[in-house]
Write a protein that binds this ligand. Structure first.
Ligand SMILES: [Zn+2]
Length: 132
C-alpha cells in the first residue's frame, strides 16, 4: 500500500522529521519554513531533526477530536529534542500511568487511516525508548 504523509514536507526521504534552523538567531523550528518564527529571519535552512527526545509533559486522550480519523485512546504530550525544540506530538502510549516526565522517547511513523484513494495516511508519534 502506498504511504503518504498527512502533510507535505513533514518528513525527509529517510523518515526523519523535517525541521528548519535559522542562521540569524540559531533557533530550530518545526514544521520547516523559510521564515523564522522567532526573529523574522528569512534564511532558514531545512534539515532533519533528531529522532530521539525527552518527554516533558503528557496526558491521555480518550475522545476523538473533531476531524481526527485515527484510533483512540492515544497519548499526547510535549517532547523536547536535543536541538532545543519542543514538539507537541501524539504518543504511542495511551496510558498516562506508564509515562513519566524525563522519559526517553523515539520517533515513530504511524498509520492514521486509509484515504479515499486507498493510500495509507501516516503521521508521526513518539514512543517510549526505555530498555525493556
Ligand atoms: Zn531566527
Amino acid at each position: 500500500m502506498q504511504r503518504i504523509p498527512i502533510h507535505d514536507g513533514l518528513f525527509t526521504d529517510a523518515g526523519a522529521l523535517l525541521g528548519a534552523r535559522c542562521p540569524d538567531c540559531e533557533r530550530w523550528h518545526f514544521p520547516a519554513d523559510a521564515d523564522c518564527p522567532y526573529c523574522s529571519g528569512e534564511r532558514c535552512q531545512t534539515a532533519a531533526l533528531s529522532d530521539r527526545g525527552t518527554l516533558c509533559l503528557f496526558t491521555g486522550v480518550n475522545n476523538r477530536p473533531p476531524g481526527y480519523l485515527g484510533e483512540v485512546p492515544f497519548g499526547f504530550g510535549v517532547v523536547e529534542l536535543p536541538e532545543g525544540l519542543r514538539l507537541i506530538a501524539r504518543l504511542t502510549e495511551a496510558d498516562p500511568t506508564k509515562l513519566r516526565a524525563g522519559m526517553a522517547m523515539r520517533l515513530v511513523i504511524v498509520p492514521l487511516h486509509v484515504d479515499d484513494e486507498g493510500r495509507e495516511v501516516v503521521s508521526y508519534a513518539f514512543a517510549p525508548d526505555e530498555v525493556a
